[in-house]
Design a protein around this ligand. Structure first.
Ligand SMILES: [Fe+2]
Length: 302
């Protein structure tokens, strides 16, 4: 039996891909081409192929619903969500890189600059933290009136939607930058946490010898008129999982070093009652009209 790839079959299938939508035709043709290459490379047995299909069936039927999408988790843990993010968010030097949104975003309560965004039991036990910085364009011009949507896990790695001890909206905020483009808020240090492991994605992680942990982080989504919306993470330095994030979302520019602050002067400046950690992070947005030197439109495919 020949081991050469069956290009005749591939050509036959590709010849059937037609329709009125040229983009769809491109996508389906590429998908078919890559899948045939996969089969010719891996040469799965029929039992292996059916096991793969059963894995996808179980993912959809048992682990997807109104409050959970296991396919997104699979996309995250295989680096595909980050790959899609990367090809769609190129920008100039100095921009804050984007990073995946993840599954835990929900509407946040508007708050004032300086507010505590932590009101659950974590406030009494976790490390008090001040987060501040500015929203700028890539040339360093401050952007007053930018809206920052924040969400984070608590010190046990749980979001409000996963934890009955937290009120809805806890550790979330909508903040608007001041006349200098500055923002600040008081919170607690978030913890690293595992992605859900009870479904098919967790089974696959275990089978390929990977841990499910995500390094400690804050999520931010920043909007300002005339600029691209920036969705990204702020990661805390020295987290043991920074080099092995289960979702492959870490980028060096997004890692921030929390600084320990104990002096009365620092406490007074940031309205804190004792020692705390300070996180400073500027967010640099890309103008809507920015294009790469090659002229490629990279924010949204036209
Ligand atoms: Fe998260």
């Amino acid at each position: 039996m020949s081991t050469a790839p069956d290009t005749r079959l591939l050509k036959q299938v590709l010849a059937t891909v037609d329709g009125d939508d040229p983009r769809l035709k491109q996508v389906v043709s590429a998908l078919v081409t890559h899948l045939h290459a996969f089969v010719n490379d891996v040469r799965p047995t029929e039992q292996e192929w059916l096991a793969g299909l059963d894995f996808l069936i179980e993912t959809g039927q048992r682990w997807c619903g109104p409050h959970r999408n296991e396919f997104i988790l699979l996309s995250d843990m295989l680096g595909l969500t980050t790959a899609v993010d990367d090809v769609n968010h190129r920008g100039p030097d100095g921009m804050t890189p984007s990073s995946v949104e993840g599954p835990f975003h929900s509407p946040a309560p508007p708050r004032e600059l300086g507010d505590w965004i932590s009101s659950g039991p974590e406030r009494d036990r976790a490390t008090p933290t001040v987060v501040h910085g500015r929203v700028l364009d890539c040339d360093g011009t401050p952007l007053p009136g930018a809206v920052i949507d924040l969400w984070q896990a608590n010190d046990t790695g749980l979001y409000d939607s996963q934890d009955d001890s937290q009120d809805q909206g806890n550790l979330r905020a909508l903040l608007t930058t001041d006349a200098e483009g500055s923002y600040w808020f008081r919170t607690i240090r978030p913890s690293s946490y595992p992605v859900p492991t009870d479904g098919t994605a967790g089974r696959l992680l275990k089978a390929i010898g990977r841990h499910p942990m995500r390094p400690a982080h804050l999520h931010v989504k920043v909007t300002a008129p005339g600029y691209r919306t920036l969705t990204t993470h702020v990661f805390l330095a020295e987290d043991p999982y920074l080099d092995s994030d289960a979702a492959f979302a870490v980028k060096p520019e997004l890692i921030c070093v929390p600084r320990r602050r104990e002096s009365p002067g620092d406490q007074e400046r940031w309205r804190m009652d004792g020692p705390f950690e300070e996180i400073e992070f500027d967010l640099r947005l890309v103008p809507l009209d920015w294009t790469a030197d090659d002229g490629e439109q990279t924010e949204e495919r036209q």
